[in-house]
Design a protein around this ligand. Structure first.
Ligand SMILES: [Zn+2]
Length: 449
């Protein structure tokens, strides 16, 4: 290269990023240039003086990396790839934090763009005017549900998204100065952090406390079952409990539990697993309290409903399942695993030994407990022991009662006068123990009352 008629050598600095050295052929005259934002900036130092700028160059390298990540994120947002977009924004922020590099302005702009286009799916939404409930509902409907039902999406990536995004929002606000974006991101972080404690809005606006009264013939038994929710929730749950009461097996459990104090409340926003007909549906659970969606007639996200007809489930069956968790927590039972080799020996054993031996099963969330409550077989993956809860004879041999979701499915269908019922074939996922037949005919040899 020639400058003012003199030949010069232009070379990239070996040690430093984005630095060039221009030197005379004899190397006696040299100057360094720093390339930044499309312009060369002259550094008034000889090449060996560049070490001072080393740190700055790391900064620049990171800066362009972060810019690339955010540019990519914008692209992902445009093509509606939520997981990828969130991943890149988060990564850009982590690098920003680490190196104090990159444009916080761009980071904020892309984050807000993400909330508008990926969470609300509405580029024109006024984020300043949205409330926490609206953010939560948009998040569940447009981000969470499509991801958990997307077979191609990686489970770990999804988990990462659900845990990282709230953390990201919590920390990025510390870097923001403009009150507008700061407020929006704070609100967004709050909305996501409270998903698991916020009850579904449908059942929880203006909540009240109701108490369930078990009316049998003309006796009215005040139970300690508290129903906590709005009028719709209290009325719906009461109706479902009264449906359960119509079945002897249901009445028995309600009577057994009437002295037991526990609450039935709406599921939280994080329990929602389906959006259809303009509303959310949630899965139920039982711990200290029962979380129950009295309007949900389907088990799961609905994606396999045509193949698995048992997934249509009346809310009474669903609540009965949860009541059994509470019931077995207070009344644990013992079951001995099926042991084919010693089956003959067992007959000789007295009833007394049978009662003292065996595994104690209560109403927790273990697969064994769920299998008993559902009424499906379970094989312990470690010991290979089989608990054959699908077989009535197995339950009777263990001296236990025929009480489970599956038994209730049958009796409930009978009470409603149906000519068939569907048995639930598995709890978590189908395996070699899962029976093929799920539909059973009902015959009425006696008049059901
Ligand atoms: Zn359960």
């Amino acid at each position: 290269m020639r400058i003012k008629g003199r030949f010069v050598r232009v070379s990239l600095s070996k040690e430093y990023v984005n630095c060039y050295v221009i030197a005379s052929p004899d190397n006696r005259h040299a100057l360094s240039l720093h390339f930044k934002e499309g312009r060369f900036r002259q550094l008034t130092v000889p090449p060996h003086g560049l070490y001072k700028y080393g740190q700055q160059n790391v900064f620049l390298k990171q800066r362009s990396r972060i810019k690339n990540l955010l540019d990519e994120a914008e692209h992902e947002i445009k093509y509606k790839r939520v997981l990828e977009a969130a991943h890149r924004i988060n990564k850009a922020f982590q690098e920003h934090k680490k190196y104090e590099a990159g444009s916080i302005h761009q980071l904020t702009r892309v984050s807000l763009d993400f909330i508008k286009k990926s969470v609300f799916r509405d580029g024109k939404v006024d984020l300043a005017a949205t409330d926490v409930t609206a953010i939560q509902e948009a998040w569940v409907k447009n981000v969470r549900l499509p991801l958990i039902t997307n077979m191609k999406a990686d489970e770990d990536d999804i988990k990462e998204l659900f845990t990282e995004v709230p953390i990201y929002c919590k920390y990025i606000v510390k870097y923001l100065h403009k009150p507008g974006p700061k407020k929006i991101l704070e609100k967004f972080a709050l909305a996501l952090n409270e998903l698991s404690t916020t009850p579904m809005a449908l059942y929880s606006v203006n909540p009240k406390t109701g108490q369930y009264n078990l009316v049998l013939d003309k006796t009215r038994i005040a139970t300690k079952i508290v129903i906590l929710g709005n009028d719709l929730f209290i009325a719906s749950v009461t109706r479902v409990l009264n449906d359960i009461k119509q079945v002897p097996m249901g009445q028995k459990i309600l009577l057994a539990l009437h002295e037991k104090a526990f609450t039935i409340q709406p599921p939280t926003m994080s329990a929602i697993d389906r959006y259809a007909d303009g509303r959310f549906y949630a899965k139920n659970s039982a711990g200290g309290a029962i979380a129950f969606d009295p309007g949900n007639f389907i088990v799961g996200d609905g994606s396999t409903i045509k193949m698995e007809l048992w997934r249509h489930r009346d809310p009474a069956i669903a609540l009965y399942h949860e009541l059994l968790h509470i019931y077995y927590n207070s009344n644990p039972v013992k079951f001995k695993p099926v042991d084919k080799k010693s089956a003959a020996k067992e007959i000789k054993k007295t009833k007394e030994t049978q009662e003292t031996e065996g595994t104690t099963i209560a109403g927790g969330w273990s697969e064994l407990e769920e299998a008993m409550i559902t009424g499906v077989s379970f094989k312990d993956p470690i010991t290979n022991e089989l608990y054959d809860f699908i077989e009535d004879n197995y339950i009777k041999e263990n001296g236990q009662e025929l009480i489970s979701e599956n038994h209730f499915r049958k009796e409930y269908a009978r009470m409603r006068g149906s000519d068939h019922y569907y048995r639930r074939p598995y709890y978590v996922k189908s395996d070699e123990l899962t029976p093929k037949q799920i539909k059973f005919r009902l015959t009425y040899s006696y008049k059901y009352r």
